[in-house]
Design a protein around this ligand. Structure first.
Ligand code: URA
Length: 429
């Protein structure tokens, strides 16, 4: 086959701050997936994009080209409207777990194709896998059946969805090119558009524990993704939300499942409940679903019923005891006062060092590892009272987990809390 372009010409065009043409973009993505464009050439192009950017036409075309390298799911066999949520990831962000069955209880169908965690933020599949028997990998037919039977499915995205992104994301991870907004937006949206949902709500995190710590950049990312969704015919919403402080009172796989079940039982921490309900309302509204209000579905037990059916449909036992780590260590408050800050990144890295996360793809995670928070910013705490309980199966991990927690929390007598509001911005597309 005679290739219509040479990779060096495309790289040079972006290096010299030119716009890439539609045929150049289509070709470079397809040729990279076929192995004709080499990793070192794609690395150079990704760096040129990081430094010189892409305009909205280029980003939109890049996204479509990535979608076209794989399959597109189709949910037209369902008699319910589809709605999904994507979070850019944060510490203690377990929202998908109560949210998917909650939206199902309100009349929606939620096809949640999720990933595993890498680095300090946990992955939804790792959390769900702490439920004894639960299985993440489903065929497309099984996925459709679970959706028909229970209204929600949380499972691993198969290799067939946007394979160009799989290859490119792994390359960006090792070439310091993850942080480019055009590449992040096209990576996330290519998978979500290929997933076939008709409505999508984005939870774009900002603050120390998010990978877009600057709220302005988070807003730009949210707007870029909303536009890509609109261009593809999706009903879109985005919330830019706080990740300066961990979400809820737990970070770690089984610990977060336990907290999610508390929310489904009508309890749970106020911030998790508030964000779950807000995102559920956005999903229902975006999809045009006329049904129950999410706050009622949490109160009347219907969201819990959907959770139990969803877990059981994938081999999980919703009544089984969740794994508990072999070792615990309590961190106590050193002085009395108001907790004014709690650094999400430090708590996330600490949970990761305890074994809740992995440092390279394929590594096993500990189901019981992580951190319980006994108080949060705004709470008064007495000197000597428990602040955190650290959980791990391997006691030698405590030392490094404690090291990163040094300075993570400020306790000030008569102090005032300095933190981001839970919702910073709402964007509708
Ligand atoms: N998540 C993705 O799927 N892609 C990115 O580029 C960043 C986060």
């Amino acid at each position: 086959m005679i290739e219509p372009f040479a990779a060096v010409e495309v790289i040079a065009a972006k290096r010299d701050k030119h716009e890439l043409t539609d045929p150049q973009i289509d070709w470079v993505i397809d040729a990279y997936t076929r192995g004709v464009v080499a990793d070192e050439q794609m690395s150079a192009l990704a760096m040129a994009i990081l430094l010189n950017g892409m305009n909205s036409r280029e980003i939109s075309r890049w996204t479509t080209a990535m979608i076209n390298t794989g399959e597109r799911m189709n949910w037209s066999a369902l008699d319910r409207k589809t709605a999904d949520k994507h979070s850019t990831g944060g510490v203690g962000d377990k929202i998908t777990l109560p949210l998917a069955p909650l939206v199902a209880a309100c009349g929606g169908a939620v096809p949640q194709l999720s990933g595993r965690g890498l680095g300090h933020t946990g992955g939804t599949l790792d959390k769900m896998e702490s439920i004894p028997g639960w299985r993440a990998s489903l065929s497309n037919e099984e996925m459709l059946q679970v959706l028909k039977d229970t209204g929600a499915v949380i499972c691993a995205a198969g290799a067939g969805l946007a394979p160009a992104d799989k290859k490119l994301y792994a390359l960006r991870d090792v070439t310091a090119t993850v942080e480019a907004i055009p590449l992040i937006a096209s990576s996330i949206m290519s998978k979500k558009i290929a997933e076939g949902t008709s409505a999508l709500v984005l939870d774009v995190k900002t603050g120390s524990g998010a990978f877009m710590s600057d709220p302005k950049k988070a807003s730009e990312l949210a707007r870029t993704m909303v536009q890509l969704g609109v261009d593809a015919g999706l009903k879109m919403r985005a919330l830019v939300t706080a990740m300066d402080v961990p979400l809820g009172l737990t970070a770690g796989n089984a610990l977060e499942v336990r907290e999610s079940v508390e929310v489904l039982a009508g309890g749970g921490p106020a911030d998790v409940v508030e964000l779950t309900i807000l995102l559920a309302r956005e999903m229902i509204d975006a999809a045009g679903i006329i049904g129950k209000d999410p706050a009622d579905a949490l109160k009347d037990g219907s969201a819990m019923d959907h959770w139990r059916r969803m877990v059981a449909a994938q081999g999980g036992d919703p009544d089984a005891a969740l794994p508990v780590a072999r070792e615990q260590h309590i961190v106590k408050a050193t002085n009395s006062g108001i907790i004014t800050t709690m650094d999400a990144m430090k708590v996330g890295v600490s949970a990761w060092r305890l074994g809740a996360g992995r440092s390279k793809q394929g590594e096993k995670v500990q189901a019981g590892a992580g951190i319980e928070m006994h108080a949060k910013p705004g709470d008064y705490i007495e000197a000597g009272a428990p602040l955190f309980t650290l959980h791990t199966d391997e006691a030698p991990r405590f030392e490094r987990a404690l090291e990163i927690l040094e300075g993570a929390v400020s306790i000030v007598e008569n102090g005032t809390v300095n933190r981001l509001p839970l919702i910073l911005e709402r964007i509708e597309g």
